[in-house]
Design a protein around this ligand. Structure first.
Ligand SMILES: [Ca+2]
Length: 315
């Protein structure tokens, strides 16, 4: 399997780390930009508080309605006790990946057609530290800020957050399920109908208005939602933090697929969208990356997808 950009970053992080979780002092000859926050050397991620001791875990005073479908693409709905905003991504079909003649095209982006038989709700922004802390009782983020995206968390911790949110009594009662997006859902939601390199077109200069990347980030994350949204209302799909997806990383299928769930096995999980530390080409809609589910980095975060727990095609 091709070694990805994040592998190189993680290797560099671990090489300079004396503890279990370096916050990300990384400098690699292969990395697009040196990311060396000054005081990451002694960073150790806090342990999540047991779910049972989280107040929300037994709080059924809030009634959560069943999700239902949105009426139009980009419709916004506020869900859960955490008041997380989601945007409607309608059922439909799109071409995933990039064509051979696309500038920046990589071999792992070979195009194929994807059909979604049902629409789904995608979080409007990356999950914030404030939202994460309410359910996990800790905040591992290196760049602290309640409205900044949660980062420095592993894929395992991101999926544990999804499990806890789905286990809240009001959500269980309503039959709502929260999880990481599949890689196909992520790209479909990122593109929001666009077929260009970025959701805003082909000119990477648009990153100034749509995303935080290595030239404008000041080497840090930024509060979510400050940059322009794509056509379905999603912010920060390009840049800020790179987003964990639910899938194993692997080769794309060669044929058209319906409601894909990714490879059945693998040793890495997908990351999408690039981050505050990357050049624009690594924030393209089709750009794929991946890392071990136990990897922790100052540029890894996530956003949620919400579906009905009863909808087995999208579970
Ligand atoms: Ca992002």
């Amino acid at each position: 399997m091709t070694r990805t950009k994040f592998d190189l970053l993680i290797v560099a992080a671990i090489a300079g780390c004396s503890g279990c979780a370096d916050g990300g002092a990384t400098t690699s000859a292969d990395s697009p930009v040196s990311v060396s926050p000054a005081s990451t050397a002694n960073f150790v991620a806090p342990e999540p508080v047991p779910f049972e001791s989280i107040a929300l875990a037994s709080d059924s005073s809030y009634a959560s309605p069943p999700l239902g479908d949105g009426a139009e693409p980009g419709e916004v709905r506020e869900l859960t006790r955490l008041k997380i905003k989601f945007c409607w991504c309608p059922a439909g079909k799109f071409r995933m990946g990039s064509s051979d003649d696309t500038p920046g095209h990589l071999l792992n982006e070979t195009q194929f057609d994807v059909t979604f038989s049902r629409g789904f709700w995608t979080q409007q922004t990356e999950l914030t530290q404030n939202q994460y802390e309410q359910l996990m009782g800790c905040n591992p983020a290196f760049f602290k800020g309640p409205q900044n995206p949660i980062e420095s968390l592993t894929w395992n911790e991101a999926t544990e957050f999804c499990r806890r949110l789905s286990e809240l009594p009001p959500e269980k009662k309503a039959g709502n399920l929260f999880r990481l997006p599949t890689e196909a859902e992520w790209e479909y939601a990122c593109r929001a109908g666009s077929t260009t390199e970025f959701c805003f077109g082909d000119d990477e200069a648009g990153m100034e208005e749509y995303g935080w990347y290595h030239k404008n980030s000041g080497r840090t994350t930024h509060p979510v939602g400050e940059k322009k949204a794509n056509a379905w209302g999603l912010h920060d799909v390009h840049g800020n933090v790179s987003e964990w997806c639910g899938d194993f990383y692997g080769d794309y299928p060669r044929e058209a697929v319906i409601d894909p769930r990714g490879p059945k096995s693998g040793d890495k999980r997908v990351l999408r969208g690039g981050g505050w530390f990357f050049m624009p080409m690594f924030a393209r809609s089709a750009y794929r990356d991946a890392s071990a589910p136990s990897a922790r980095y100052v540029g890894f975060g996530f956003r949620l997808v919400a579906t009905s727990a009863a909808d087995i095609t999208l579970r």
